[in-house]
Every structure is written in C-alpha cells, then in structure tokens.
Design a protein around this ligand. Structure first.
Ligand code: ZN
Length: 504
C-alpha cells in the first residue's frame, strides 16, 4: 500500500511539474520567437496552462492523495527521508496555493500575458500612459492576491514570500538600511576619486559571429554544458529550463557593446543555467529537483558574473584568449586596463547595465516603490513622478523619459511584484558563498587565474545545487557558509576590490 501510494503521488506531482515547465517553455518562446501578432494567442495559451496546473494541484483527487501520503511521513515503516520531505513540502506549498481561486489564477495569467506586449510597445514609444491601465489592473490583482493568501503585517510580505520564503518587509528593510548606509558614501568617494580609468576600447566594434564564438567558449569553460543547453537572443537576457538536460540561456548582441550587453549577461545567465543543470536529476518533478529560491538562484548568476567574471584572476586567464580572438580590436590594451574598465563605477539610469556597486540602489528604489503600491500608499498614476524623484535623490540623475525610467523592467508586466529584493539578496549570498568557497578551496584565486574553474563549480554543486529545495534559503546559506546570511561579506568584498581600483 505504502509503495503504491507513493508511486501514485509522485506520478501526479510529476504531471504538475510538467505543466509548470510547460509554462516556462511558453514564456521562453514568447520572449524568443513569438511575433507581435501572435502575442494575444500566446496569452490565451499561457492562461490555459496556468489554470490547468492550478486545477490539478488543487483538485479534490490530488488533495485526497496528498492527505493519504501525509499519513506515511514521520512514522515508522512510512516513507524514507527524501520522500517524506517531498510530501511535506508539497503540502506546505499547496496550503498557500489553494487559497487562490483557479478563476483568479487564469485571469491573472491572461492579464499578464496581454500586458507584456503593451509594456513592450509602451517602452518602445516611451509612453507610460499606454501601460498605465494594464499596470493598474495588475497592481489591483496583486493586492487581491495578497488578501487571498493572507499576511501578518504587510500585503507585500505575502507576495515576496513567493520568491523568497519567509522574507518580510521588516527583514528586507533592515538589510537594505545597512546597505544604503554603506553604499551612498562609498559611491560618493568613488566619484570623487582621481583614478584614471580608460574604457574607450569597450565600445570598439566586435563582429557578432565572433562575439558568439567567444561567449560560447567562455561559458563552456565555466562548466555550462551545451549538450544539455542552448543559447538564443532576446531583448532581456534570461534563463529558462524545462529539465536539467534542457536549459536555455538568452543574451543580446550589439556590435559596439560586446562586453556588457552580450558577454557579462551571458556569464550571468550561465550561472543560473549551471544551477539548473546541477539540480539532482533523480528528483526531477519534485521539490528536491527544484531550485531553492530566487535569491539563491540569483546568487549563482551573480557569483559567476561578478566574483568570478569581473575578477582580475579570471581575466588573467581569458584576456589572452580575447586578444587571440579579436586581434587588432584589442591592440594596445593591457589586462590591467581591461579589468578596471570592466569594473568602472558610474551611477546610471538602467538597472541591468549597472555596475556591482550601484546595482543594489536600483533594487532598493524598486522595493520602496513596490511596497507603497501594494500597500496602497501610492497609485499607479503617480509612478513616473515618484520614480524620477527617487532617481534624483539616490543617483543624482535626471530621468529623460519613461523608457529609461519607470518602463525599463519587464517584471511588472508579468505581475512579478516582490521579485526585485531577491536580486539584492542574490548579491549578498554570492559574496558570502564565494568567501566560504575561498576558505575551503585551496588557492581558489590561483585556480581561477589558470582557468581551472571546475573546483568552484563542484563546490557549488555539493553545497547548493545538490540540495534542491531541501532547505529554506537562510538555512541553506548557513549550511554552506557556516553563518547566517549577512551583508558584511558583500560590503567587505566591494571595499577590498574598489579601494584598489579607485585608490581610495
Ligand atoms: Zn539573474
């Protein structure tokens, strides 16, 4: 009986995961392939699949099966440790999900599917007014969602919990206050520094086919398996996976902006991709074969992009290859110049183009705005004004138009409120993990400088990837690094690196 129940339960769960990954595939396809005329039809399809998944998960038959399976957890002669975890974790997830009516889930997916194209057009025309009615509906729906799910203090907590379990406005504010207190004067001292950094060579023209060739070589060397993954192009780089053996990365190419647009974005996405490829395959279709959280996911991408991809050690190895591939275009450039150029700090309008020092300020700004929107302290119509005001306050920059301001990110069109804070957490986790890896791997810096990157990937595989969702994010960081997540590692990482670059 026990084995029969388990088999049945896992089969049903696998079907639900297939539907979940199918949504991911439709989303990937929407961003990579679907022509603008096909967006409406795609929204219908996405809504249908979202509803199917929700219906299946919240169906009477699945709940009954889950209830029976729960009887076999934590008892002698019951399920083993892994299977018990899978059942208990699913029960916990379902408790939250079943609070949302299927009709609401389908309508939200439909609304978001349609909003994506409107946002895209609004951004192209730099016209917030076009997007405003859709965003108003989305914010209203997300407020409703928070009410359905329930919360203790802020409705925004209910939304953040989807991306990072247990995250609250209170805990985020505490971290962000500490970050802000460090970042604002630190950025000021960088801006006042008299260090001369040339970066003219970054905007030289690099042929796109050669860019692709170089990108592929780099991410393979990092450990991304192209037999189990692929690279495409999209407006916003991202990573989507249908299975550990089918992980898709996207990037974008611009002839005169090779490094920041294509290469560093792809290294970032490859970090996400290697995490997906490293999840335990035998647990596919269960929480143990799924990533721990968005913050943990982002820690993997940021670690490869920044701690590794923007380090001197890394370029000590790859700069030779860069010169070999691009010969004349890198003439007269030394690795020291290149390293500094790649780490040039400059407050800018666009989050995805931001350097690693100013990046978190972009996240803090979005966190404050989202919280106010969801708590009802701000209306959508006020957004551009408040956005621009905060940009001036935090970055000293005037926003010339909505495209470079409030319309720059895709997230809100997809209803992803509460997602942004995980980007900053990812930066903090990345620094803490890299610090711990550095203590455990002998001569890590030297290994990187010699192009031996497999030790680091193996460390991440053993300490993060292999666990799937077994631990909550903070617990996972604790296990991997020996300490609870704290901003101090990130702060000292920035201090050490940028004091040298900027002679502070
Ligand atoms: Zn990312």
């Amino acid at each position: 009986m026990r084995d029969k129940i388990l088999k049945e339960f896992k089969k049903e769960l696998l079907d639900i995961y297939h539907l979940d990954r199918l949504s991911g595939l439709l989303d990937w396809d929407q961003n990579v392939n679907v022509p603008s005329g096909g967006q409406k039809a795609r929204a219908d399809m996405m809504s249908c699949v979202a509803a199917l998944k929700h219906e299946k998960l919240t169906s009477k038959s699945f709940k009954k099966l889950l209830k029976t399976a729960l009887l076999y957890t934590g008892t002698r002669g019951g399920f083993g440790k892994d299977d018990s975890f899978i059942v208990l974790r699913t029960a916990k997830d379902l408790k939250k999900i079943e609070k949302l009516p299927t009709k609401f889930v389908a309508e939200l997916a439909q609304l978001c599917g349609e909003s994506y194209d409107v946002w895209k057009t609004a951004r192209e025309r730099s016209d917030f007014k076009l997007f405003e009615p859709y965003l108003t509906k989305i914010v209203k729906a997300k407020r409703e969602e928070a009410e359905f799910v329930g919360y203790d203090n802020s409705p925004y907590d209910a939304l953040m919990d989807d991306y990072e379990e247990g995250l609250t406005c209170e805990s985020v504010s505490e971290i962000f206050d500490e970050l802000k207190a460090f970042l604002v004067p630190f950025i000021e001292s960088i801006q006042n520094s008299n260090a001369q950094i040339r970066k003219d060579f970054l905007s030289r023209k690099f042929p796109i086919d050669k860019q692709m060739e170089f990108c592929k070589m780099v991410i393979q060397k990092l450990g991304f398996d192209l037999e189990r993954g692929r690279i495409d192009t999209s407006v916003h780089p991202f990573c989507e996976s249908t299975h550990m053996s089918d992980v898709r990365l996207t990037t974008r190419f611009k002839e005169d902006d090779f490094f920041n647009q294509a290469l560093m974005s792809l290294i970032h996405e490859a970090g996400h991709g290697m995490y997906e490829q490293g999840l335990p395959e035998q647990h596919f279709g269960t929480p143990l074969g799924y990533s721990a959280s968005m913050g943990i996911h982002e820690s993997q991408s940021r670690l490869w992009e920044n701690q590794v991809g923007r380090s001197f050690a890394f370029w000590n190895y790859f700069f030779r290859k860069l010169k070999e591939t691009f010969l004349i275009r890198m003439e007269g450039v030394f690795v020291e110049d290149f390293y500094k150029a790649l780490n040039y700090v400059e407050p800018g309008l666009i989050r995805v183009d931001a350097d690693e020092v100013t990046y978190n300020l972009h996240v803090i700004l979005r966190f404050e705005i989202e919280k106010d929107l969801i708590e009802g302290n701000m209306e959508v119509a006020e957004l551009p004004r408040i956005w621009n005001q905060k940009m001036e306050e935090y970055f000293g920059l005037k926003v010339p138009n909505d495209a470079q301001g409030v319309l720059q990110d895709v997230h809100w069109s997809g209803g992803s409120f509460g997602y942004f804070p995980t980007y900053a957490l990812g930066n903090l986790y990345a620094a803490q993990l890299f610090h711990a890896a550095g203590r455990q791997i002998h001569n890590l810096d030297l290994q990187i400088a010699e192009g031996n990157l497999s030790f680091l990937l193996e460390w991440l595989r053993n300490n993060i990837h292999v666990h799937g969702r077994r631990y909550e994010p903070a617990e996972l960081i604790m296990k991997a690094t020996g300490g609870e997540p704290k901003p101090v590692y990130f702060i000292s990482y920035l201090e050490e690196k940028y004091k040298k670059i900027y002679n502070l």
